[in-house]
Every structure is written in C-alpha cells, then in structure tokens.
Design a protein around this ligand. Structure first.
Ligand code: HEM
Length: 397
C-alpha cells in the first residue's frame, strides 16, 4: 500500500517503486532497477512505508561512503529487521564500529583466505562431481546455494556430517519462503551457532570464529552477545550474497558460450573475469538513516529519513562506467571503483574471500564441466530484495 508523502518531499520526486518487487524483476533484476535511471538522482518511493532511493551512480556511491551523516543502524527497509538482527559490525556506526570491524578483518586477512583456497576447491570439486553426469540441473538449488554454505561451514570448522542439517536453514536464509518469521530465522541461526561460539570462546582453535573472538575489542574480550551478533553477521553476510553472485556469473556464462570457451582456453583471464562479472552483476543494496538534515541533489533529506542505495544503479550507470552493460574482461577495475562489495567504512570484510570463491568456482567449473547452456524448456527466474538473485537457473549440457 502506498504511504503518504511527507511535506518535505517535492511531488516531482515521488515514484511508486517496490524494491522487493520492482517492475519485471521476475525476468531481469538489473533491467527492473534500471527503469529508475534517467530521472532525478534521488527519488522518494511511496512503497514499503516510504523512503528515498539514490538512482544516479555518483549519488549511490557518495552517500554510501558518507558514514558521518548516514547511519547503518537501521539495516534494511523492512521494519523491525535491524532490531532483530543487531549485526556486528554491519549495523554499527563510528566510533563503536571500528574496533569490531578490525577484529573481523584480522580473522579474514588475506593470508587466511589464501590458506583456505584448497578447501574451497575441494568443496567446489565435490559438488561439481555430483552434477557432471546428470546432463542438466537447476543451478540455484543444486549448486549456488550449497557452495557458500559448505564453505562457511568449512571456515568455522563444522564436521561434514552436520552439513545436511544446516541445508534447510541455508535455504531459509537465502530464499525465505515466509514459513519462518525473522525472529525464528535469527533464533534458528543462533541455535545452530551457539555451541560453536561457546566452544571457540572457551578454547580458541584455528577456525575463523576463534581467530576473530581472540582479538580484543577496545582492550577487552568479546561478550557472548557481541560474539553471537558477529557470527550471525558472518553467516547471513556470506551465504545469499555469494549464492546470488555465483548464480549471476553462471547465468552470464550460460548465455555466452564464447566466454566459457575463452576462459577455458585462457584460464589466466579468470581473475580479471571474476572482477568484471562481479562489477556487471551487483545484487546488493543497502539502507541508511539520515542522522542530520542534508541537502542532496537539490532536495532535503530529513533526519530520520531512510535512503536506499542499490549498487546496480552505480555499477550500471553509463556516467560511471563506459558501456556498463558490456562484460569486458579487459576493463580496468583497479583500484576497485564499483560498489558490488560496498564502499566506505562498511565495505565488505569478506570481499577477498568472496572473490576467491568466485575465482575458484570459475576455475573448477570450467575445468570440469562441458559447455553449459540455458534449458530452452524452462525459464530463468529472479527475485528482488536487499539481495537480488536468480531463483531458478535451469541448465543443460
Ligand atoms: C559476492 C559476495 C558478497 C557480496 C556481494 C557482499 C556485499 C557486501 C556489501 C555491499 C557490504 C557493505 C554493506 C553496507 O555498506 O552496509 C558487505 C559488508 C559485509 N560483508 Fe559482504 N558480501 C559478500 C560476501 C561476504 C562474505 C563471504 C562474508 C563473510 C564470510 C561477508 C561478510 C560481510 C560483513 C561481516 C560485512 C559488514 C562489514 C562492516 O560493516 O564493516 N560478505 N558485504
């Protein structure tokens, strides 16, 4: 239901754009968002209680980086979600945010990411082996959703035998079907994580949680509540994002057999290809709350207003990237200018890990699978939301 428009919002900035269901999202998440391009740089949607959306790439990026005037505490447009999740470090602002983020970053430092690579490769290889002889699959359920979950479990050193039990939870995390409330989802994640957190706090080992929780924050140890909020953040932060990315990368490959061939013939291009594909298919959008009144794009954003920042409208803005819809493995992306992994103080702490996962996936998939194409008999479907994704990706080979 459309909400009333606040007095400070000029009429010509008002749209009715539902981020959970943008027009045509079922077939193309990116095109659905791009319907907002070409108008004002900042619009107010009456959907979902009413909030701003930055639509110009430059504004998406500059507001995202503005941690002083915009707070991360709200987490999302969905009312109540932030209060339930209380993620650390995602929902923290300065000065509290820094020390917690630092501890998480140390735990995910590049030397650990490098050390993890063989394990990620094993997980990918095992999943691919299970699929190769089948001739077809529904890639999202059969692969994209399983890979990051298994990698996460490897990261926190969960026994292999426990993995099937987490599968249902993983599906709810990546593709909530409404059968669980947000509170139930959080509780299910916490119930699963609790014994690991307790064990790692009591006796640190060599896994990700142990490494992070061994880092003092502000000169003291983590409390259990903080530890839980951080582990919850890692679980929720690293599953559906990676699943969505691997789905989009594979959709691209299935639509472009020439790129499959190119990367098979020249595997040394894979790291650059991963970077470019991650730029081209951004699926995360974030929410911020204004903590002061600010003048943006000729309008006033009032203190307390919610501002939505979709990475897609930055990465696919022709004013920010030349021919942005074209996948060009030779595109110069150094230093990283796109916002797929965010920008500013909250830029993804898992970016190195996520990039490694995409690279390893591409190497293993292209190395072991024959050429895949879309199944002409079944549609590709997508969904919107804070993380957009393919919901069905039927492949044949
Ligand atoms: C392709 C996969 C991924 C994408 C697209 C992605 C995207 C993002 C984005 C856009 C942000 C910034 C959020 C904001 O500004 O509010 C972020 C933050 C974060 N991500 Fe990722 N992410 C991915 C993978 C991962 C992985 C694998 C992990 C951990 C294992 C992770 C953990 C986090 C955490 C903890 C934060 C919060 C950082 C902070 O607030 O300081 N992400 N991610």
């Amino acid at each position: 239901m459309a909400s009333a428009v606040p007095a400070h919002v000029p009429t010509e900035r008002v749209v009715d754009f539902d981020l959970f269901n943008p027009p045509g999202v079922e077939t193309d998440y990116f095109a659905a968002w791009r319907t907002l391009q070409g108008g004002p740089g900042l619009v107010w949607t009456t959907a979902n209680g009413g909030h701003w959306i930055a639509t110009s790439g430059e504004l998406v990026r500059s507001l995202w980086a503005d941690g002083e005037r915009l707070s991360s505490e709200c987490l999302a447009v969905t009312p109540g979600l932030g209060e339930v999740m209380r993620f650390i470090p995602l929902q923290q602002d300065a000065p509290e945010h820094g020390p917690f983020r630092m501890a998480v970053m140390k735990g995910l430092a590049s030397r650990f990411v490098v050390a993890l690579e063989p394990k990620v490769r094993d997980v990918a290889r095992e999943l691919i082996e299970g699929l190769r002889d089948k001739g077809s699959c529904e890639f999202v359920a059969d692969f994209a959703e399983i890979l990051p979950l298994n990698i996460f479990l490897t990261l926190i050193d969960v026994p292999l035998a426990d993995r099937p039990a987490l599968r249902k939870l993983g599906v709810q995390l990546t593709r909530p079907d409404g059968s669980m409330t947000v509170e139930q989802l959080r509780d299910a994640a916490d119930d699963y994580l609790r014994p690991f957190i307790e064990a790692r706090m009591a006796q640190p080992a060599d896994d990700l949680f142990s490494r992070i929780l061994s880092e003092p924050v502000m000169g003291r140890a983590w409390t259990f509540d903080e530890a839980q909020r951080m582990c919850r953040n890692l679980l929720f932060g690293g599953l559906d994002t990676v699943a969505a990315m691997i789905g989009m990368v594979t959709l691209h490959l299935a639509r472009h057999p020439e790129d499959q061939r190119l990367l098979r013939e020249q595997p040394e291009l894979i790291p650059a290809a991963a970077d470019e594909l991650m730029r081209r298919y951004p699926t995360v959008a974030v929410s911020r709350n204004a903590v002061v009144d600010l003048e943006v794009d000729g309008v006033t954003v009032r203190k307390g207003d919610l501002v939505y920042l979709p990475s897609v409208l930055h990465n696919l803005d022709p004013a920010c990237f030349e021919a942005p819809e074209v996948v060009d493995f030779a595109r110069n992306l150094t230093p990283v200018r796109h916002t797929t992994m965010g920008v500013g103080a909250h830029r993804c702490v898992g970016a190195g890990l996520a990039r490694m996962e995409v690279i390893v996936f591409l190497e293993e998939w292209l190395g072991a699978m024959p050429e895949v194409t879309l199944d002409p008999a079944q549609p590709v479907t997508m969904k919107g939301g804070n993380v957009g994704a393919c919901t069905a990706l039927p492949l044949v080979w």
